[in-house]
Design a protein around this ligand. Sequence first.
Ligand code: GDP
Ligand code: MG
Length: 211
Amino acid sequence: MSESVFKVLVIGEPSVGKTSMVARYCYRDWIENYKATVGADYAVKTIKWSTTDTVRLHIWDIAGQDHYRAMTRTYYKGASGCIVLFDLTNKRSFTEAKTWKEDLDSKVLLSNGDTIPCLLVANKDDLPDKRVTHNEIAKFAKDSGFFHWSPVSVKDNRNITESICQLIQKMLDQEKESAQANPPGQVDEDVLNLHRPEPEPKHSGCCGGNG
Ligand code: GDP
Ligand code: MG
């Protein structure tokens, strides 16, 4: 039996669907209009990853307003993974995803000095008037060091669990690597993530039982 606890950040421009996505994923909820997030919201999701392994995500939904950017360092601290969201119908939210990723990479690193695993989510795939092509997104994701990108519709509840599972797998792999590099007792206590006595998950299926 083992439990992994990961802090996951959700960042991106205002109105791209961050709060909606966290609500969908954590509470299976869809509310048409949330109030704009002030500061940061916080949600916990527990996933039975396999018969023996549990993953607990602490998901931080960070306000996209520019004046909160100065505070991001505090929110980023100890994060194991990140989701950068943009809105497929809003070109600016796509170009700004680069800024968010750079901000992230400049402020949080794994204990081995690598950037944290980051997933790019192209939201509002249900809407017709797309402003960004798949080719552009794929190129940007590769150039900016995202390990993966996926089109998602929070509204239609499409591809959310699958995408986040990819991030979980990535964080578990990272945790395993870190445990090998830092035997127990030598782990930097300041790094909240990547710290698990058990060696590895028995199974890498996609969040069975997560619904
Ligand atoms: P945040 O500012 O990034 O937290 O964005 P919100 O979660 O508050 O969402 C902003 C607006 O986009 C709300 O009106 C949501 O209902 C809407 N929205 C979020 N996800 C989707 C989606 O997948 N499709 C559509 N059509 N609208 C969405
Ligand atoms: Mg919000």
